[in-house]
Design a protein around this ligand. Structure first.
Ligand SMILES: Nc1ncnc2c1ncn2[C@@H]1O[C@H](COP(=O)(O)OP(=O)(O)OP(=O)(O)O)[C@@H](O)[C@H]1O
Ligand SMILES: [Mg+2]
Length: 323
C-alpha cells in the first residue's frame, strides 16, 4: 500500500471506497490494457509477416521485371536486325527488278537494231572486200580500206553476238545434258586454262535430267562465264564448277578465287558494253548476252562477289514437269 499510495494510477482510480475495490479496478484496467497490448502485438506480428511476404514478393517481382525488360530489349534488338535484313533484301530485290527490266528492254532494243544493221552490213563488207581485192588500188586507199574492214569486222562480231539470242537465228532445240555442254565449253577454252595453269575442280551430278535447249547457245553462256573467271585470276588460280538438281531446277555453280567485283560495279556488270578489261580485251557484252540467252529458257543468272575474295556465278534452268 505504501508503494500504491504514492502512485498516480492509484490516485486516479481511488474512489474513496476501500483500497481493495480500487486495486481490483486497477487490476481490471491493467488486464484490459494488457489484452490491448497483446492484440496490438499480434497485429504487429501479422503486419510484420505481411511486410516480409511483401518484401519477398516485390523482390521476386523486381527480378521478374528485370528479366522481362531484358527480354524485351533483346527482342527489340532482334526485331531491329530483322527489319534491317528485310529492308536490305527488299532493296536488293528492287535493284534486281530495275536491272532485269532495264536489260530486258535494252535486249529487245539492241536485237532490233542488230537485225536492221545485219543486212546492209553484209553488203558493205562484200563491197569493201571486192575493192581491196583490186590490185590497182593506191597504197593510201588500201590502208584506209583495211582500217574500214577492221572496223566492219568488229561491228559484225558485235551484231553476231547480239543476234545469237534474239531469235533471228533459228535455234536448234534438242534434249541436252548440261554436264556435256559444260565439258564441251571447257574443251573449247582448254588452251587458256592450260596457259594460266588454272586448277579446275568439277563436281557434276551424274543423273541430271536432260532439257530441251539449243546447246550451242548454252555453250556460249558457259564459255563466257568460264572466260570471265579465268580472266579474273592470276596464274595458278582455282575454278570450281558444280551441277546439281534441286526443286525442279538444274543448278550450275561457277566459283572462282579471282579478284572479285567491286560493290559499285555489281549493278552494272550485265549492262551492254560495261567492261573493266583493257581496251581490246573485252567488249562488255559477255554477261549481257548470257542474260538474254538464259531469258529464252526461263533460266536465271545470279552473281555474288566480293572484291579480293572471288566470284560465284549461279545459273539455273527450269526443268519442265513431265505430263
Ligand atoms: N568472274 C569474274 N570475276 C571478276 N569480275 C568479273 C567476273 N565476271 C565478270 N566480271 C566483271 O564484269 C565485267 C563484265 O563482264 P562481261 O563478261 O559482260 O564483259 P567482259 O568480260 O569485260 O567482255 P567480253 O565478255 O565481252 O569479252 C567484266 O569486265 C568484269 O569487270
Ligand atoms: Mg566476259
Amino acid at each position: 500500500m505504501e508503494v500504491c499510495i504514492n502512485c498516480h494510477v492509484y490516485e486516479k482510480n481511488n474512489n474513496n471506497k476501500d483500497w481493495k475495490s480500487t486495486l481490483s479496478l486497477i487490476s481490471e484496467q491493467f488486464n484490459n490494457f494488457r489484452k490491448k497490448i497483446e492484440d496490438e502485438h499480434r497485429n504487429l506480428m501479422e503486419n510484420q509477416k505481411k511486410l516480409q511476404e511483401f518484401k519477398i514478393t516485390s523482390s521476386y517481382l523486381l527480378k521478374e521485371l528485370d528479366k522481362k525488360s531484358h527480354e524485351v530489349l533483346v527482342e527489340r534488338e532482334n526485331l531491329e536486325i530483322k527489319v534491317k535484313e528485310r529492308t536490305k533484301e527488299l532493296e536488293s530485290l528492287h535493284t534486281k527488278l530495275i536491272q532485269t527490266s532495264k536489260i530486258a528492254t535494252i535486249g529487245r532494243f539492241s536485237a532490233g537494231i542488230a537485225h536492221e544493221i545485219n543486212n546492209p552490213l553484209g553488203a558493205i563488207l562484200n563491197y569493201a572486200r571486192t575493192l581491196l581485192a583490186n590490185p590497182e588500188i593506191k597504197k593510201q586507199n588500201r590502208d584506209y580500206l583495211e582500217l574500214i574492214l577492221k572496223g566492219l569486222f568488229r561491228i559484225e562480231s558485235i551484231v553476231r553476238q547480239i543476234l545469237s539470242y534474239s531469235g533471228y537465228r533459228k535455234t536448234d532445240l534438242q534434249l541436252s545434258n548440261i554436264n556435256h555442254i559444260i565439258k564441251d565449253a571447257i574443251d573449247f577454252i582448254h588452251y587458256k586454262q592450260y596457259e594460266k595453269e588454272i586448277k579446275l575442280k568439277l563436281a557434276l551430278e551424274k543423273s541430271l535430267p536432260s532439257i530441251l535447249l539449243d546447246s550451242s547457245q548454252i555453250q556460249q553462256v558457259f564459255i563466257n562465264i568460264i572466260n570471265n573467271a579465268i580472266d579474273a585470276m592470276e596464274q595458278k588460280g582455282e575454278l570450281k564448277i558444280e551441277t546439281f538438281y534441286k526443286n525442279g531446277m538444274i543448278v550450275t555453280n561457277f566459283k572462282d578465287k579471282g579478284k572479285g567485283i567491286k560493290k559499285q560495279d555489281l549493278g552494272k556488270i550485265f549492262d551492254p558494253f560495261f567492261t573493266t578489261k583493257e581496251v581490246g580485251k573485252g567488249t562488255g557484252l559477255g554477261l549481257f548476252i548470257c542474260y538474254n540467252i538464259l531469258q529464252l529458257y526461263e533460266g536465271s543468272i545470279d552473281i555474288n562477289s566480293k572484291k579480293g575474295e572471288g566470284t560465284e556465278v549461279i545459273i539455273t534452268f527450269l526443268v519442265p514437269e513431265k505430263k
